[in-house]
Write a protein that binds this ligand. Structure first.
Ligand SMILES: [Zn+2]
Length: 228
């Protein structure tokens, strides 16, 4: 290797080392709350509003006028959204028996109830004092899978591990490798299975603070408001 080439490689290496903190910003962490991102329909809805409807924006509009119409519509939609949230706050949720139904929006409670029911299909074992494994190898037979490739995932990769952690403050947390709490925002079926095994009563398994804030009724009634 020539001297110039070696110098260039060293310079490249140093540049990379200097920029490492910036590069680390691009490391992909799990996508949080991705259930709302499964469809493009919210974006399509925005497009329809821009082209048609009360505040439609024509091709000949100057930007200040277009912007004003856009902001008008955003304001109107936000207040409409808040009205709906207040209506839901006052409404009783009757499709669930869980006590959290008074605090969660319909979608959040439905996701919780689904995982609570799914616990019945899960097998579990305790590895150590604070570690559990959960699995459901029948999943390919009874569930409509999002993709047939899921069926060829080896069984040992379909095992989730739950670890109980007690913080210095005395608060208890559980962390599951399935990532459902992070991705969907509600405790996973494995968590419910663990509670079931421990003899926890159905109505004591979940507290509203264990559910992502976007599923709380209060979050939607205060969305966009300048409060704490
Ligand atoms: Zn899990």
């Amino acid at each position: 290797m020539s001297k110039e080439a070696a110098t260039a490689v060293f310079a490249w290496k140093h540049t990379h080392r200097d920029k490492e903190p910036k590069l680390a910003g691009y490391v992909r962490h799990g996508v949080k709350n991705h259930t709302g991102a499964m469809t493009t329909s919210p974006t399509e809805g925005q497009n329809v509003h821009i082209r048609h409807g009360q505040d439609k924006i024509g091709v000949k509009y100057q930007s200040h006028k277009a912007m004003r119409r856009l902001l008008n519509r955003i304001q109107r939609n936000l207040s409409l959204r808040q009205q709906r949230a207040h209506a839901e706050l006052a409404r009783n949720t009757l499709f669930s028996n869980a006590w959290t139904r008074d605090y969660l929006i319909r979608k959040g409670q439905a996701l919780l109830d689904r995982n609570h029911a799914k616990r019945l299909h899960i097998k579990s074992a305790r590895l150590a004092g604070d570690e559990f494994i959960m699995w459901n190898f029948d999943i390919g037979d009874w569930l409509d899978l999002p993709h047939p490739l899921y069926q060829v995932i080896p069984n040992f990769l379909r095992i989730c591990k739950i670890k109980l952690v007690t913080e210095n403050s005395g608060a208890n947390y559980s962390k599951c490798t399935c990532g459902e709490r992070e991705g969907v925002g509600v405790p996973c079926a494995g968590f419910f299975k663990m509670c079931d095994d421990a003899g926890v009563a159905n109505n004591e398994m979940v507290h509203p603070c264990m559910v992502d804030v976007r599923y709380l009724k209060l979050y939607h009634t205060h969305y966009g408001a300048k409060t704490n």
